[in-house]
Design a protein around this ligand. Structure first.
Ligand SMILES: [Zn+2]
Length: 115
C-alpha cells in the first residue's frame, strides 16, 4: 500500500434507516484493521465504559436524593409523634430518624468529594 493510498474505516454508520460503511479515512489500526477515530474499537470501548460509569453515578445520586427525602419525611413524622405523645418511645424514634438523616447527608458530602 503506497503512502498516498487512503484506507477506509471498517466501521458502520446508521442514518436512522440504513446501515452503511463508514468510509471515512482510517488512520487508527486495531488488530490488523483500520478505523477512523470514531470507530476505533479501543476508543469505542473507552467511551462505553465512561458512559456507563456516568449513568451509574447519576443513578446513585438519584437514589441518594430519594433516600434523603424519605429520611426527612421520617424525621418530620417522628417529630410530630414526639410533640403529640411525648413518650420515651417517640423520643427514641425521633433520635433514630434524625441520626439516619444526618448519616445520609454525611454520605452525600463524601460522594461529592469523589468527583
Ligand atoms: Zn469510521
Amino acid at each position: 500500500m503506497s503512502a498516498k493510498e487512503k484506507r477506509q474505516c471498517r466501521g458502520k454508520r446508521f442514518d436512522g434507516w440504513h446501515w452503511f460503511n463508514c468510509a471515512i479515512n482510517a488512520n487508527h489500526e486495531h488488530e490488523g484493521r483500520w478505523y477512523c477515530k470514531t470507530h476505533h474499537p479501543p476508543s469505542v470501548d473507552a467511551k462505553t465504559v465512561a458512559r456507563k460509569a456516568r449513568w451509574a453515578l447519576e443513578a446513585a445520586e438519584r437514589r441518594h436524593g430519594r433516600d434523603v427525602v424519605q429520611a426527612r419525611d421520617r424525621v418530620v413524622e417522628a417529630a410530630k409523634a414526639w410533640v403529640g405523645g411525648m413518650t420515651h418511645g417517640s423520643t427514641y424514634a425521633l433520635v433514630d430518624a434524625t441520626e439516619d438523616l444526618l448519616a445520609l447527608e454525611a454520605g452525600k458530602t463524601v460522594i461529592e468529594e469523589e468527583r
